[in-house]
Write a protein that binds this ligand. Structure first.
Ligand code: LLP
Length: 413
């Protein structure tokens, strides 16, 4: 285990997090375990052994350059949702021919960049198809495209992260498939090489991936019957992780791949787009307790981190486990763990049975690798925190903290 307790102290690999907290100048900060990232990636690699496939890490989950370079070195492809993610993938040295650009609102500029670099592009709508054609003409190069199908399978997740049901804003209207195919046939600068779907995020039942794969195979057959030579089936990302830590069953990459194994024919190459399941459990968000207070019948632990650095609990009312990194033996009470930001949406956890901490105690939010730093903001003029990485017994800073001076420079216009 990359994060484990010894004698009441939490360790990241071989380092005591309390020592790190005392050593680094900033608080709060993000702390990653390199070993956890590697083993998460390898879990996909071994699940896919013997299957022609691309593991496309979804950069939106966490775009730290050091982490991206590490995943690229392990053999990962990249899944992109913006021109800047494409530029970041280039900076990290990814092979962009093994990258996919997704999105329901890709701009012409982003599409031109994608075509220039040979990135596979998912067609999301009629206007998107038109823009991809325009981009291919402008660059004077064939664009490799996949059609994003809406399989209308309910991923049984929070509505904000559900994307593959009929009324979602993503993908084509399936009744229009024939229209899309006819358009593509008339355009020599488009090469239709596959189909794509992405059902949603935090999925905990592999049956859902299986149902979608069965449907997608039917689409592949229909499209092949129209004379297209499809190579790729892209089933998106979305595998959930163990946020709750209740011992509930959480499928692994091999459960996922095993569940679709018998419906995958040999003549398609599989693309998967995991984000959270590669990076989510590889980091903790490390805070200090500023103080403890009681209002009415509510008890609060106030920490220096907030919804500005980690917004998932506020935005999705989602659970991320919270613990102290050191022995704390005050009276156990039911606490809301909150930050200093001036609104009541600012909480990291609600109704948590925790011992009453002393001021300065180290408190962490688990599973902070995916969509945490990536969704942070400057709300209340909090500066984004630094990121550190542990590799065995080495601590490496992998992102600087933002500074107020840096922020003020944005106004020098
Ligand atoms: N592929 C596509 C097309 C996606 O839209 C996403 C995520 C992924 C792959 C990666 O999904 P993952 O394996 O990470 O679940 N901010 C939310 C999550 C939004 C996910 C959006 N799409 C959160 O904090 O839970």
């Amino acid at each position: 285990m990359s994060f484990h307790f010894k004698d009441g102290y939490l360790y990241c690999e071989e380092l005591k997090i309390k020592d790190i907290q005392e050593q680094v100048p900033e608080s709060p900060f993000y702390l990653y375990s390199l070993d956890q990232i590697t083993s998460n990636y390898k879990a996909y690699e071994s699940a896919l052994e013997g299957i022609e496939s691309i593991i496309g890490y979804a950069i939106k989950a966490n775009n730290n350059l050091t982490i991206l370079k590490h995943l690229r070195e392990l053999g990962s492809g990249a899944v992109l949702v913006s021109g800047n993610e494409l530029r970041m993938a280039l900076a990290a040295g990814f092979d962009l021919k093994r990258a996919v650009l997704n999105g329901n609102g890709k701009t012409l500029g982003e599409l031109i960049l994608a075509v220039q670099h040979g990135v596979m592009i998912n067609i999301d709508s009629e206007f998107d198809l038109e823009h991809i054609q325009q981009a291919a003409k402008e660059v004077g190069k064939v664009a490799d495209v996949l059609i994003r199908i809406n399989p209308d399978v309910d991923p049984e997740v929070h509505p904000y992260v559900s994307t593959g049901i009929k009324n979602s804003k993503f993908g084509i209207r399936n009744e229009r498939l024939k229209w899309f195919l006819d358009q593509i046939k008339t355009e020599p600068l488009l090469d239709l090489i596959g189909v794509h779907c992405h059902l949603g995020s935090t999925i905990k039942k592999v049956r859902i991936f299986r149902d979608a794969t069965v449907l997608m195979m039917e689409f592949i057959e229909t499209i092949r019957n129209e004379g297209f030579d499809l190579k790729y089936l892209n089933i998106g990302g979305g595998l959930g992780i163990d946020y709750e830590k209740t011992g509930e069953y959480i499928p692994t990459p091999s459960h996922l791949i095993d569940s679709i194994g018998d419906v995958l024919p040999d003549d398609v190459e599989l693309i998967i787009e995991p984000g959270r399941s590669i990076i989510g459990n590889a980091a903790v968000f490390v805070n200090r307790v500023t103080g403890v207070k009681t209002n009415g019948n509510k008890h609060f632990i106030v920490i220096d981190g907030s919804m500005a650095e980690l917004i998932r609990p506020s935005l999705y009312d989602t659970y991320q486990h919270i613990d102290f990194i050191e022995p704390v033996d005050g009276e156990v009470k039911t606490y809301d763990v909150v930050g200093p930001v001036c609104e009541s949406a600012d909480f990291l956890g609600k109704d948590r049975p925790l011992p009453t901490p002393h001021e300065g105690a180290g408190l962490i939010v688990y599973d902070a690798g995916a969509y945490c730093y990536a969704m942070s903001s400057n709300y209340n003029l909090k500066m984004r925190p630094p990121e550190y990485l542990v590799d065995g017994d080495r601590l490496i800073q992998i992102r600087r903290a933002e500074t107020f001076e840096g922020y003020m420079r944005l106004f020098e216009v």
